[in-house]
Write a protein that binds this ligand. Structure first.
Ligand code: PEP
Length: 250
């Protein structure tokens, strides 16, 4: 039985005061959820958010890291630094990093290796563009991103990775995938994992859905057999909407 996992990606939003207020609001109301919950604030606010969430059931993640452990890499931060500051997770290969910052599968693979080595749980994002979906390439794109971003990583280690299927056309657009569309890709990806890494691995890897998830549409998505949680952007910036999604997962 895979435990559901709801993660909020705050992206490049909020001020320090607003981030602490949001974290404190979530901490006050989260209680003891039956699902895993995390938020991923901008890196400069991680310390403050970790503090505001102390003692709550909500974990913290970074939105990115560099693949090298330390050294002359101005502006970057390592997986070990994220762990040091209190993170459990790190989002890697988000579509905004793939498409705006031109990260390749090879770049992302090195980051996944570094995150696992440091003891972080990577949340690896995959997902097709609208043009790729319309060309019937969704499965091929998702398989290629999964295979390339996890190349050379053992089945045992892949079991530690959370996958987020995020169709690019659904991210921040309000055009959520239907539960059937999402479930089709999730089931296909799980079958791909089984074929590549064995059924035992496919059975334990959690696959979140991401793309315009709201408190209103979450429950139907989250009750599909192969959807194990959500990676949430916009709706993670408000206490009530994020907690509404957490409630939809239970
Ligand atoms: C995301 O950025 O990961 C995301 C899913 O954003 P939104 O929920 O706003 O579509």
């Amino acid at each position: 039985m895979r435990k559901k996992f709801i993660a909020g990606n705050w992206k490049m939003n909020l001020t320090k005061a607003a981030a602490v207020e949001l974290a404190a609001g979530l901490a006050a109301k989260i209680g003891t959820p039956s699902v895993d919950v995390a938020v991923c604030p901008p890196s400069v606010y991680l310390d403050a958010v970790v503090g505001a969430l102390a003692g709550s059931a909500i974990q913290v993640g970074g939105q990115n890291c560099y693949h090298e452990p330390k050294g002359a890499f101005t502006g970057e931060l390592s997986a070990a630094m994220l762990l040091d500051i209190g993170c459990k997770y790190v989002i890697l290969g988000h579509s905004e990093r793939r498409h705006i910052l031109k990260e390749t599968n090879a770049d992302i693979q090195k980051k996944v290796v570094a995150a696992l080595a440091a003891g972080l749980t990577p949340i690896l994002c995959v997902g097709e563009l609208l043009s790729e979906r319309e060309a019937g390439q969704t499965a091929a794109v998702v398989h290629d991103q999964f295979d390339g971003s996890l190349a050379g990583i053992s089945a045992e280690q892949v079991q530690q990775v959370v996958i987020a299927y995020e169709p690019v056309w659904a991210i921040g657009t309000g055009k959520v995938a239907t539960p059937e569309q999402a479930e089709e890709v999730h089931a296909n990806l799980r079958a791909h994992i089984a074929a590549k890494l064995g059924q035992a691995t496919a059975d334990v890897v959690r696959i979140q859905y991401g793309g315009s998830v709201t408190a209103e549409n979450a429950a139907t998505l989250l009750h599909q057999p192969n959807i194990d949680g959500a990676l949430v952007g916009g709706a993670s910036l408000k206490v009530e909407s994020f907690l509404g999604i957490v409630a939809g997962a239970t």
